[in-house]
Design a protein around this ligand. Structure first.
Ligand SMILES: CC(C)(COP(=O)(O)OP(=O)(O)OC[C@H]1O[C@@H](n2cnc3c(N)ncnc32)[C@H](O)[C@@H]1OP(=O)(O)O)[C@@H](O)C(=O)NCCC(=O)NCCS
Length: 155
């Protein structure tokens, strides 16, 4: 089944919907404070993408494009996407929503890096992500995994 992935706007409705997700934290709180203080406008662009089932936001992820000059993962250094907060609401898991969001990220044709949560390894392997060679200075407490489009390789 094809799901429609939408870029989410920062507004009170979206921030209310985010409360259903487990990984609700500082990023969401700071967006809320910026909205309250008029530092950002209602309906500003957010780094979040999501899928609705009817009017309910059931899956979401954050995507951020990192510029090549900050790249420490690829050879040659290049722009890549950092993906985080991929999450599907419990009743909607296992129905292809997570896969659809990852496919959307892949459609940019850039390498994608993420830090998987414990126990989600099988999902990430299914959608084609592999571990990088661990570099202590670079990765510290992280456990990055990466998806490569054709033509990109690890440093
Ligand atoms: C991990 C998560 C993002 C995956 O999204 P999803 O929409 O449930 O996954 P999909 O339906 O798109 O699954 C894609 C593939 O990965 C597999 N998969 C998904 N979750 C899996 C899991 N926990 N273990 C093993 N395989 C899994 C699916 O079977 C499917 O395989 P298929 O293509 O052969 O049918 C989502 O389940 C989630 O947010 N979970 C929150 C909690 C968490 O991290 N759980 C980890 C497991 S405890």
């Amino acid at each position: 089944m094809a799901y429609k992935v939408e870029k989410l706007k920062i507004n009170y409705k979206t921030l209310e919907e985010f409360k259903r997700f487990k990984e609700y934290g500082l990023q969401e709180l700071s967006m809320f404070e910026d909205l309250e203080a008029n530092i950002i406008e209602n309906d500003s662009a957010s780094p979040f993408y999501g899928i609705y089932f009817g009017s309910l936001l059931v899956a979401r992820m954050s995507l951020y494009r990192v510029e090549a000059k900050f790249d420490r993962y690829f050879d040659p250094p290049q722009d890549y996407l950092e993906l985080w907060k991929l999450e599907v609401l419990p009743d909607y898991q296992g129905k292809g929503y997570g896969h659809a969001l990852v496919d959307f990220a892949k459609s940019y044709g850039l390498p994608i890096k993420t830090n998987p949560r414990v126990k989600s390894q099988e999902f990430w392997a299914k959608v084609g992500f592999t571990s990088v060679h661990y570099d202590m200075e670079r990765d510290l407490g992280e456990n990055p995994i990466i998806w490569y489009p054709s033509g990109a390789a690890e440093q």
